[in-house]
Each structure stands twice: as structure tokens, then as C-alpha cells.
Write a protein that binds this ligand. Sequence first.
Ligand SMILES: C[S@@+](CC[C@H](N)C(=O)[O-])C[C@H]1O[C@@H](n2cnc3c(N)ncnc32)[C@H](O)[C@@H]1O
Length: 235
Amino acid sequence: MPGYVQFHNDIRGIAEEPFCMGRSDSSQRWLQRQARDPYVRRAQQAGYRSRAAYKLLQLNEKDHFLQTGQTIVDLGAAPGGWLQVAADIAGPGGTLIGLDRLPIAPVPGVTLIQGDFHDTATVQQLTDALAGRALDLVICDMAPNISGLVAVDQPRAMYLSELALVFCQQHLASGGHAVIKFFQGEGSDAFLQTVRRCFRQTRLRKPAASRARSREWYLVARHYHSQPNQTSCTE
Ligand SMILES: C[S@@+](CC[C@H](N)C(=O)[O-])C[C@H]1O[C@@H](n2cnc3c(N)ncnc32)[C@H](O)[C@@H]1O
């Protein structure tokens, strides 16, 4: 396995842990789980950079948000499993930009930005790369590094989901779609209510490839609409 894949798998394994374990305990258990995980094997055989690719495939199988020729931003894209799936479906006529604070090995036809999504300079770089184009789809699989303390990790995770929503409000075309990971817990209900005000249809999904013990869920939100009587969906 190439070094960058192993490196990113390590990071991702920590990020996918439920918020209940210390990092050293979880690392041991994660290694054991990886060895048994059928999606890890399938991803390796299919040439996907992460097992997460199957989460996007399964979400799309249900909700059909990926289409040929779309303009798409992938937030929290490393090591690039979702990018591979999205690039395949969007095809050469599509435009795909992937962002992560970690480096991502090149994906043919994809623009990559390395930076922290909390930083305004990074968001500006992404905005510049869009060059005024409105987005058909935002996909967000961002997850913070886990401290093991729910009181710390949950607000961090919710903040990333909320930042992704703000980005959607600024850049989605009317009628565009979003898929945003969130962690069930404090703040998640308020987040979902906010999203429901901005999209005509929302679905909560837990794809089979998402580990049952993880509190991660995916919100699939379709048909974005800006609200004429409000300056922001968050009001
Ligand atoms: C679960 S992984 C994404 C896996 C990816 N969807 C794939 O298919 O390979 C979560 C990613 O979110 C990224 N991330 C977390 N916080 C971030 C932030 N503030 N800015 C940019 N990326 C962030 C992490 O670096 C990590 O690569």
C-alpha cells in the first residue's frame, strides 16, 4: 500500500471513531477492525483510496445527487475516495474541487486545495478557484481530530458541519444539492432544522459502510433555495 494511503487511513480511522475512547485504545482497536473490515478489502481491490468511497456510492444509490457534468466541491476530501467516485460520475465535462488540510495525491481532472476550512484565507482560495461559478453539489465528509472528550469533540464537529452549510448558502446554485456529515449529539437537531429551512427535501442517512458504533450520519439535502424574506437560512 502506498505510504500516503496508509498515512491517510490512519488519520481517517481516528476521525471515524465514536467520541468515547482515548486515542491509543482506539488506535489498537482500529487496526484490528481494519483487518476484518470487508469495505477496506473492497476498496483496496477496486483501487479506491479509502473505504469512505463506499459511503458516497451507497448514499448516491439512494438519493441520486451525483450527475454527469456537475460542478462539485468536496470538503474534507483526503485521501480522495469521494473524489474518485465523484470524478467518475461527473466525467470530463464536470468540474471538481477537493479541499483538505492534509495533502491529497493528484486525481486526474480534479483541482486540489490544501488548507484548513476554518481559515478565511482557505475559503477565499476555494472561492477564487470557483471563479464565480455556482455549485451543483457540495459534499462534506469533514471530521475533526478526536480528543476523546465528547464535550470538546461534538462542538468541533458541529462547527465544521455548520461552516459547510454556510459555504453552501454562499455558493450553491438554486436547486443545487448538499451531502453533509454530522455527528449525532448536542447541536445536531438545531443544525438539521436550519438545513431544512434552506432545502426543499432533506434525508438523514446512515449508509451500510458507516460503522454502526460511530455517531456519524449524513444529511442529504436536495434542491437548495435561498429565502427571499431572510438574508440567511441561519436566521
Ligand atoms: C473522514 S476523512 C474524509 C475521507 C474522504 N471523504 C475520502 O473519501 O477519502 C475527514 C477529512 O476531513 C479533514 N478535515 C477535518 N477538519 C478539517 C478542516 N478544518 N479543514 C479541512 N479539512 C478538514 C481531515 O483532514 C480528513 O482528511
